[in-house]
Design a binder for this molecule. Structure first.
Ligand code: SF4
Ligand code: SF4
Length: 150
């Protein structure tokens, strides 16, 4: 029988989360997913601090893509869950985004690494809806946040 709550399973979950956080720019106070982020929820569930120092921090420092009129894509916050790739694949004639590169350099991107606004993307925004973290967020929400701060 496989137990997902056993000591070994929990140790693996802690290690996986620690490795993920080691390459994640944790800045929840300035992130639009703050409060609804699944990474926050998992860390809370496992009793792990988001700013853990368990592993040496290595951040990817990739440029943000704001080329879509509706949403922004920050690859630095992507946790490579694949939900956006899957939902994009389900659309007829889509499959605009996919995984590229290997290991630490693995990212979600468009064919030819074009900015999403210059790709075949039709702005259905379903990828934004399924993203569990602050990697894909609606521009309208950013504008709302800016107006609230004024
Ligand atoms: S994606 Fe989640 S964990 Fe990362 S900065 Fe945003 S709210 Fe915090
Ligand atoms: S849904 Fe978000 S976190 Fe998951 S692979 Fe796509 S951009 Fe990354």
């Amino acid at each position: 029988m496989v137990s997902t709550r056993g000591e070994n399973a929990l140790r693996l979950a802690h290690t996986a989360l620690g490795l993920l956080l080691a390459s994640h720019p944790v800045d929840c106070a300035h992130c639009l997913k703050n409060g609804s982020c699944e990474l926050q929820k998992i860390a809370k569930h496992l009793g792990v601090k988001l700013k853990t120092k368990r592993f040496r921090k290595i951040l990817p420092e990739l440029p943000m893509d704001s080329s879509s009129p509706l949403f922004t894509y920050d690859p630095n916050k992507c946790v490579l869950c694949g939900r956006c790739v899957w939902v994009c694949q389900q659309k007829p004639g889509k499959g605009v985004i996919g995984f590229a590169h290997r290991g630490f350099h693995r990212i979600v991107t468009t064919f030819g690494d074009e900015p999403v606004g210059r790709s075949r993307c039709q702005d259905c925004s379903e990828c934004v809806v399924v993203c569990p973290v602050g990697a894909l967020v609606f521009k309208a929400r950013q504008a709302d946040l800016t107006s609230i701060k004024r």
